[in-house]
Design a protein around this ligand. Structure first.
Ligand SMILES: Nc1nc2c(ncn2[C@@H]2O[C@H](COP(=O)(O)OP(=O)(O)OP(=O)(O)O)[C@@H](O)[C@H]2O)c(=O)[nH]1
Ligand SMILES: [Mg+2]
Ligand SMILES: [Zn+2]
Length: 297
């Protein structure tokens, strides 16, 4: 039998990367730099900025996301209600804090746990180094994390962010942090022409507290990508079980599995290796407390 003649061309399938995610609408960039506005097929969308997706072209400049390609990493947070995707296929999490306004240690710790659990490399940026009065206090608050081997880059994004460039090359990085820390200012410092909206602009538009409203991926060069994300107030980790959280505290690892009870909660159990390590000064007590807060929430 001869195939039936076909008047309507079959939709052409292409692969691209999600460079912006706002609600259920995505901007997907194809290999040839063409950009499409895309919607997910079906109601539920679990697509993140940074995802590689298969697209069916539906109209000029438009498409439907048919499938999400397997991810090498997914950074997300979750509460009892739902999970919130931050970015996919990232190699480096850049936690942006500033000398002013004061940053949350809890948020920082939780974001690092999320990165460790996905085996995403992490780096802390201490921005607004020009506010010298506030700098020593901010540095001091990062002391514990520095002691654990987390790297801190100090810079003033309003001037330039060149100190960050060596960490970015050839990878996809995501900027995460509270609102007002200077993430979008960093994007503009690194990528001329990015024109990421910063607080100055949102003040003019009176658009409220968070300036960046959705995740957006920018290119430094063909291999180097940087994702800006909206400011966070909390970082829920409901998706991680106790063991996963404990593993994500990198200095706990030598002690895990050494407690008397295999299901030790590192709380009041006798012969807890982790509490013994705290008592011996080998693990910081504040980190064990942070662990308990995370598993309790
Ligand atoms: N003094 C000083 N101010 C800075 C620096 N970097 C950014 N800022 C200011 O900090 C404010 C917030 O900057 P944004 O880049 O909008 O912050 P953000 O982290 O992107 O905020 P959200 O998008 O709301 O999450 C703006 O007024 C910036 O000009 C810096 O290095 N020094
Ligand atoms: Mg921003
Ligand atoms: Zn224990």
């Amino acid at each position: 039998m001869r195939p039936a003649p076909c008047d309507t061309p079959l939709p052409m399938n292409r692969t691209g990367r999600v460079i912006a995610a706002h609600g259920r609408q995505y901007v997907v960039e194809l290999d040839d730099a063409q950009r499409l506005t895309c919607f997910p097929r079906g109601k539920k969308s679990e697509i993140a900025c940074g995802d590689w997706v298969d697209i069916a072209l539906t109209a000029p400049g438009q498409g439907v996301v048919e499938a999400i390609r397997p991810r090498r990493s997914l950074l997300y947070r979750s509460n009892e209600m739902r999970q919130k995707l931050i970015a996919a296929n990232v190699d480096l999490l850049i936690l942006v804090v500033a000398s002013e306004p004061a940053f949350s240690d809890e948020l920082l710790t939780r974001a690092l746990v999320a990165a460790e659990s996905e085996e995403i490399d992490a780096l802390i940026v201490l921005n607004k180094a020009d506010l010298v009065d506030r700098l020593p206090a901010a540095r001091a608050r990062l002391g514990t994390l520095v002691g654990l081997g987390y790297r801190v880059v100090e810079l003033c994004a309003r001037e330039h962010a060149d100190a960050l460039r060596p960490f970015l090359t050839g990878r996809t990085s995501v900027l995460v942090g509270q609102s007002g820390m200077g993430k979008s200012t960093l994007v503009n410092a690194l990528i001329p022409g990015a024109a990421a909206a910063t607080r100055e602009i949102s003040a003019a538009l009176d658009s409220g507290k968070h300036t960046t409203t959705h995740a957006c991926l920018y290119g430094l060069d063909h291999e180097t990508r940087l994702i800006d994300s909206p400011g966070l107030q909390e970082f829920g980790l409901r998706h991680l079980d106790r063991d996963a959280v404990a593993q994500a505290f990198r200095e706990f690892r030598p002690w895990l599995g050494q407690c008397r009870f295999r299901d030790c909660r590192h709380d009041r159990e006798p012969d807890c290796a982790l509490r013994a390590a705290v008592a011996a000064g080998r693990v910081d007590a504040s980190r064990l407390q942070a662990y308990h807060r995370i598993v309790a929430a």
